[in-house]
Design a protein around this ligand. Structure first.
Ligand SMILES: C[S@@+](CC[C@H](N)C(=O)[O-])C[C@H]1O[C@@H](n2cnc3c(N)ncnc32)[C@H](O)[C@@H]1O
Length: 249
């Protein structure tokens, strides 16, 4: 399914690094099993319908499939090449939708919405937990989170995955491929810090794939303000420390 409202011009797309994404992610970038266990622990009898915001190549979904094959899963992503890999990974299971989460209109509600490394994240920096977002415009965050609330039933949960601070580093991957990321702060305005993150996959110093994303971090007080404005109440941090849990009021 391809929703017609995708605004390609303002979006960060993962197209150029899709082929290398799984290689990096499966080398411990995220602990998908621990994340899936955390989501599963919140899926009781009355919470079986899950939507993943920015499902990517389906790495978290794959773990959920093993834990809860009977659940109803929908993954949304704006990058078709990522969704193609997700579809192969998940077989027939789940529904995958190519859409911008900010604008999607799925015509149904869910019990749990998960964003793990996806459209929004909780960015843990020392003792501060900012809202990390893939979009450069805060108005789109408010619109998007309001839209997510619209897709949750009352009492439904929004799970925002916790990430460490974004910094420069390099990592060896299989087959002699080297991953590196460079993070540069480009502006600070009121409660928002804007960064540019460049990803490189190289072999023998030749660049195989690269991508530059514009990300931003919203300070805690502003984060709570916009989540509340969108219709969410903070419930707490999951015991695993993997997710901050919000409830749709
Ligand atoms: C870092 S990847 C994370 C993928 C997956 N959740 C994981 O943990 O591996 C971020 C994904 O979010 C998607 N994305 C970013 N902004 C989006 C938006 N507004 N709507 C839908 N997908 C979006 C990107 O296309 C990308 O696949």
């Amino acid at each position: 399914m391809n929703q017609s409202t995708i605004n390609q011009s303002t979006m960060n797309q993962y197209t150029s690094i899709t082929d290398y994404y799984d290689l990096l992610m499966t080398q411990g970038y995220y602990d998908y099993q621990a994340m899936a266990d955390a989501v599963y622990s919140l899926m009781k009898d009355d919470r079986r319908k899950v939507i993943e915001l920015g499902v990517g190549t389906g790495l978290l979904a794959e773990k959920l499939l093993l834990l809860a094959p009977e659940s109803e899963f929908t993954g949304v992503d704006i990058t078709s090449s990522m969704l193609e890999i997700a579809r192969k990974r998940l077989g027939e299971w789940g529904k995958l939708v190519e859409a911008d989460v900010i604008e999607m209109n799925l015509g149904e509600t869910f019990d749990i919405a998960v964003s793990s490394g996806g459209v929004w994240v909780i960015n843990q920096r020392d003792n501060r937990t900012d809202l990390g977002t893939h979009d450069s415009d805060i108005e789109r965050d408010i619109k998007g989170l309001t839209n997510v609330a619209k897709h949750l039933r009352q009492g439904g949960l929004l799970l925002l995955g916790v990430q460490g601070d974004q910094k420069n580093y390099q990592q060896d991957l299989p087959s002699g491929i080297v991953y590196s990321q460079e993070v540069e702060k480009i502006a600070q305005k009121d409660a928002i810090e804007y960064i540019e993150k460049s990803y490189f996959f190289k072999k023998d110093d030749e660049i195989l794939a690269q991508q530059k994303l514009k990300l931003k971090f919203i300070k805690p007080w502003k984060k709570e303000e916009i989540l509340e404005q969108a219709g969410f109440k903070f419930l707490g941090i999951h015991d695993s420390q993997k997710f901050h849990i919000y409830e749709k009021r």
